[in-house]
Design a protein around this ligand. Structure first.
Ligand code: EPU
Length: 310
């Protein structure tokens, strides 16, 4: 975008009566992705509330800007040349409240920007069962819905009761799990809709039991995954009946490095940014790993991470 257009858009978005939050141009997305990679977003908007989000989305619509909603940027790769249009950070739409409860279960409403780790911790404190396996998964509720986050046989889609989205014209719609088509690491959250919040149903259990499970899963994760390194989570989906990590490892690729991106020697389905890594290096490594796994095992790996931008 050119500077004049930038100014016009910033003025239009930052209307005090309609918008509270932050607006920036040419914001480096490496600051907002877990792996620390990504060129500039033409417009980067952090709305404080749904009303401000709606205003920003209407401005984008009027000006024909493509919108990309982003949570903590944990399972995505943003291109080195950045993202056209508007990137909307959902991190401030992070409320959490109980909206229904009986002796058997509890319904929680969580904003798209609510941290998944905090949600799991909350459920353990309250003795609410259903998402224990997701302990240690970074990212937000919005990301967990969009990518149907999963681990240890648990999937976020399994606990979702309804999802609220904002569609064209700022219209708010509530969808049921049937509309979401949750599948392995996928959902039908379509472009053009921004997820606002999700209602999830958790079963009552002993707080101690839930906390123990959460601890056990996080322990297992710490032992088998490079949780402290800068990564984008599992790069590839598991092929039917096997593990992408096992296949990459067995092809001898642990530690293989292109530029500053390296196949983790802890778990081969994680690529680590050793500092200053680029999306180009990451994708070159994706290509090499895909080719080697095809040659060695005859298996075609498919990306799990979502590619954003150019
Ligand atoms: N393995 C290796 N070498 C490796 C990695 C794994 O030999 O480098 C072997 C393990 O020893 C084990 C088998 O492969 O025998 C399976 O490994 P693991 O239990 O770590 O599970 P995974 O299939 O590799 C999946 C999910 C993870 C999730 C874990 C735990 C996918 C793509 N991966 O990994 O999800 O945390 O199970 O349930 O579905 C993610 O999606 O981002 C992710 C990290």
């Amino acid at each position: 975008m050119n500077a004049v257009l930038d100014e016009k858009l910033i003025t239009e978005i930052s209307d005090r009566d309609a918008f509270s939050g932050r607006v920036r141009t040419e914001e480096p997305m490496g600051r907002h992705t877990y792996i620390g990679i990504g060129g500039p977003a033409a417009l980067y908007v952090v709305p404080d509330d749904v009303r401000s989000l709606r205003h920003a989305l209407l401005v984008a619509e009027r000006n024909g800007l493509q919108v990309t909603a982003l949570g903590r940027g944990t399972n995505v790769l943003v291109g080195d040349r950045g993202v056209d249009g508007m990137v909307v950070s959902m991190l401030r739409l992070n409320g959490l409240e109980a909206v229904g409860a009986d002796s058997e279960e509890c319904v929680l409403k969580a904003g798209a920007g609510h941290s998944l780790k905090r949600l799991v911790a909350h459920s353990a404190r309250e003795g609410l069962s259903g998402i224990e396996g997701l302990s240690g998964v970074p990212g937000t509720v919005g990301g967990a819905v969009a990518g149907n986050a999963g681990a240890f046989g648990y999937e976020f889609g399994d606990v979702v009761r309804t999802v609220t989205v904002m569609a064209g014209g700022g219209k708010i719609k509530t969808l049921g799990p049937g509309d979401m088509d949750f599948a392995y690491r996928r959902s039908a959250l379509r472009a053009g809709k921004v997820l606002l919040e999700a209602e999830i149903v958790l079963k009552r259990d002993e707080p101690r039991e839930v906390a123990l499970k959460v601890e056990r899963f996080i322990g297992q994760k710490r032992n088998t995954q490079p949780l402290r390194e800068r990564s984008a989570g599992c790069v590839f989906m598991n092929p039917e009946g096997d593990s992408a990590g096992r296949l990459i490892d067995a092809a001898g690729l642990k530690g293989r490095k292109i530029g500053n991106i390296e196949v983790s020697s802890v778990h081969a389905n994680f690529f680590i940014n050793r500092g200053g890594g680029t999306a180009a290096d990451f994708m070159a490594l994706v290509e090499e790993v895909t080719r080697r796994v095809r040659e060695v095992h005859g298996v075609e790996l498919e990306l799990e991470i979502r590619l954003i931008g150019r």
